[in-house]
Structures are given as structure tokens and as C-alpha cells.
Design a protein around this ligand. Sequence first.
Ligand SMILES: NC(=O)C1=CN([C@@H]2O[C@H](COP(=O)(O)OP(=O)(O)OC[C@H]3O[C@@H](n4cnc5c(N)ncnc54)[C@H](O)[C@@H]3O)[C@@H](O)[C@H]2O)C=CC1
Ligand SMILES: O=C(CO)COP(=O)(O)O
Length: 320
Amino acid sequence: MSITVLGAGAFGTALAIAIAQKQPVTLWARDADQANAMQTARENSRRLPDAPFPDALTVTPDLEVACKTKVLLLAVPMQKLRGFLERNQSLLQGKTLVACCKGMEIGTGVGPVAVIQQCCPTATPALLTGPSFAADIARGLPTALTLACALPDQAKLLQDLLSTPSLRLYRSNDVIGAELGGALKNVIAIACGAVIGAGLGDSARAALMTRGYTEMQRLATARGARPETLSGLSGFGDLTLTCSSPLSRNYQLGLALGRGDDFDDSITVEGAATAEALSQTAQKDGLDMPITLAVTNLVNRNLTIEEAMAHLLKRPLKEE
Ligand SMILES: NC(=O)C1=CN([C@@H]2O[C@H](COP(=O)(O)OP(=O)(O)OC[C@H]3O[C@@H](n4cnc5c(N)ncnc54)[C@H](O)[C@@H]3O)[C@@H](O)[C@H]2O)C=CC1
Ligand SMILES: O=C(CO)COP(=O)(O)O
């Protein structure tokens, strides 16, 4: 069965390369020149260099052609998802749409699956998330991800369709838990990068990861997620990877903030917008999310890392 990946950034390209090892894949890129260059060069030299395309991978800038398959993976950044779906609603109704982005939407506080449901009500939404760098997936290194879908039969079908010998998918019907784990770990990774960048030490990072995980559980269970989802690949697994690897762009933004360096704002860093989205909704819901709030203030330059840490350390002492 042929599948399509919409969005030829690092992650979309990596997934297309991996899945094309076993079946035909169409990769849609919005920029025609780039699509043609990729199709000719057989690599995405801009976003994912040195990862050759398998023969079964075709790149196109034609969205109508790309949307002919039943299953489509959406690999556009979270804050761009709604606009993309609204513009292309007629092509996407009735399809199985697998969101591959990690984040929560500013303004609504919802994740990609709810956005798909709102924009394409006749589509079947699912989510692919978990610890994985695009470069690792593209190189065929061993990777395990969560495929979350509320419909068990669809979850099984997608698990079989998208798993490869090196890309192992576990399925889950806890969509909200999987979404929130993947979204919040990016926020905590910014915080961890910032303490390391500011020279505050590995112990401070371990404290932030652990208290950040508590924050992830607090918000996710308040929204109906199962605690065991948060301890799985989409939560704890991805938190571990993103807070400890210098390859993470969220961690890199944190490092720059901690060091007082500039950061290229064209780089996709989902945790910055997600921190803002979740700070807004957590406040409305009366949920205590101090690390998320600190990251929002840090990213918006309302607080320095030293001030943010002082705020966290001054909070009343409590039971763990
Ligand atoms: N890069 C990675 O290692 C991983 C990324 N992800 C997630 O995948 C999502 C995408 O990230 P990357 O591919 O890394 O980002 P990227 O910056 O490499 O690529 C983003 C892609 O989205 C396209 N795009 C941007 N705005 C668009 C719009 N309005 N309409 C249509 N297309 C648009 C861009 O042209 C680009 O091809 C993010 O949510 C990220 O968290 C998840 C796991 C791993
Ligand atoms: O989601 C990722 C790893 O699982 C990629 O992390 P970054 O977006 O921080 O690079």
C-alpha cells in the first residue's frame, strides 16, 4: 500500500526514507524548486543531508497528486497545522491523517489530533510520536515510537503499515497522553538546555527533568491521559532523549538562552510555542506548571535564567 508524507522537512523526509524501504512513498514539498531538486538529487540536502532516497520514494510539489493515497502523514510544524488543513480541507476529508508533529496550539491549547478533528471531521486522526531524531531514522538506526489512535483497528493497521525492520511502533489508544508527552518534553528540554548553558550543572538538569516529568503527569492526567502513557516512549522516553542530547533543537535553544547567545529563529523549536500555549491553558485550569511558565518567560526574555531559577527555588517547600 502506497503512503504519502506531507511536509519535506527533516522529520517528514526521514520517515519517507524509512518507510520507502518497504513500500512506495510520495513526499510532498510545498516549494516546487526544492521538490524538483530533491527528486533529481535523490536527497534533501537542505534539511537532511547525506541520507540517500530509496527508489520507492517520489517527491512532488503537486498536493492533489500527493493526496491520492488513503494514509497521509502530516509532518508540518504544530503551529502551521491548522492553516495547512484549512487550506486543503477538500483534499483531506475521509483520509487517515497521522500527525507527526509535537506540540500544543497557541490560542486553543489543543494538540494535533484535535486540530485534525476540527478541520477535517470526516478524516481518521492518529499520532506518531516518541524518541527519534530524523537523522537516526533516515540512517536506519533502531528506533521505537508510539502510534496513538482512538480506533483500535486503525491503530493496528497503521502499526503494521508504518513499522519497518528498524522502526518499531507500539500502539496506544491514549491519544491525549501521547500528544501531551511529546509536547511537554520539548518545554522541559529548553529548561534543561538553559541550566547547562548557564553552567548551573548536571544536578540542576536532573532536578528539572524529574520535576518536569511531574508537571507532564499533572497536566496530562488532568486532561484524562493514563499515567502509564507518560512513562512510555512518547513521554519519559522522549523526555530522556531530548533533555540529554545536544542534537535536540529544543535543547539547543535552551543552551543559547542560558549562554546569552543568539539563536536562528527559522529553526523549528516546538517547545517555545508549546510553553506559551500550555502556560495560558494551565493558568485557566488552575494547574501549577512552574517550569512551563519559567520557560515561557525565558523564551520571551521576561526573565533571565538566573531569575527563572531563583523563582523556582523560592517556591514553598513541599512533599515530593
Ligand atoms: N527533526 C526531528 O528529529 C523530529 C521532528 N519531529 C517533529 O516533526 C515536526 C516537523 O519538524 P521538522 O521536520 O524537524 O521541521 P523542519 O523545520 O525540518 O521542517 C518543517 C517542514 O514544514 C514545512 N512547512 C512549514 N510551514 C508550512 C506550512 N504553512 N504549510 C506547509 N508546510 C509547511 C516546511 O517547508 C518544512 O518542510 C515538528 O513538530 C517536530 O517536533 C518529531 C520527531 C523528530
Ligand atoms: O522530537 C525530537 C526527538 O524525539 C526532536 O527533538 P527536537 O525537535 O528538539 O530536535
